[in-house]
Structure formats: C-alpha cells, structure tokens
Ligand binder design. Structure first.
Ligand SMILES: [Zn+2]
Ligand SMILES: [Zn+2]
Length: 98
C-alpha cells in the first residue's frame, strides 16, 4: 500500500464517533498489529502520540486513522506525515465490525 506523505487534513466532526475497539487508539493498535508509536505521526511534531486521528487526503479514498497528539488533531491546515507511518482504515466494515 503506497500512500502520499503530503496533503493530509483532519476530518472534522469525528469526535463523537466510536467503534467496537473502545477508542480509535485501540482501533489503530488492533488493526495495524503494531505497537503504539511514542511520537505523533505528523511531520515536524515530536509530541507524544495520545490518540487516533481521523485523516483524509484528496488522493486517497476513505478515511484513515493515524497516531497523533492532541494539538495536531486540531490542525485546520494541510500537513505531511512522517515516513513509515502506518495508516489504518477508519471504515468499520473493513476492520473491526466485519
Ligand atoms: Zn475499531
Ligand atoms: Zn503532533
């Protein structure tokens, strides 16, 4: 799966969404099968990753979850992701509720 590093934005209005995993952080862990990273996935940010952020990209279909910090989860502008970041589908039918 090759995804662009640039051109990502936060999907607005997702704060009240939930899934079977309990949190979007757990959703990322359950579906990536990876350990939660120590730092935020957004390029240039070295804060601790504390939540799973819903992100979208005009070149990518569907919404994705990436590990992020609380301040990056509030970004209004486009941002880039660090290299090697794992994105998990936010589509519950493809992941935890299939
Ligand atoms: Zn889930
Ligand atoms: Zn951050």
């Amino acid at each position: 799966m090759s995804l662009p590093a640039d051109g990502w934005k936060n999907k607005k209005g997702t704060g009240s969404r939930s899934c079977n995993c309990g949190s979007w952080k757990d959703h990322w862990i359950n579906n990536s099968k990876k350990a939660w990273p120590s730092t935020c996935s957004i390029s240039g940010c070295n804060n601790a990753a504390t939540l799973g952020a819903h992100v979208i990209n005009s070149k990518v279909s569907g919404e994705k979850i990436v590990p992020a910090c609380a301040s990056c989860n509030k970004l209004d502008s486009e941002f880039s992701l660090k290299g090697g970041v794992t994105l998990v589908s936010a589509n519950k039918q493809e992941t935890c509720e299939k």
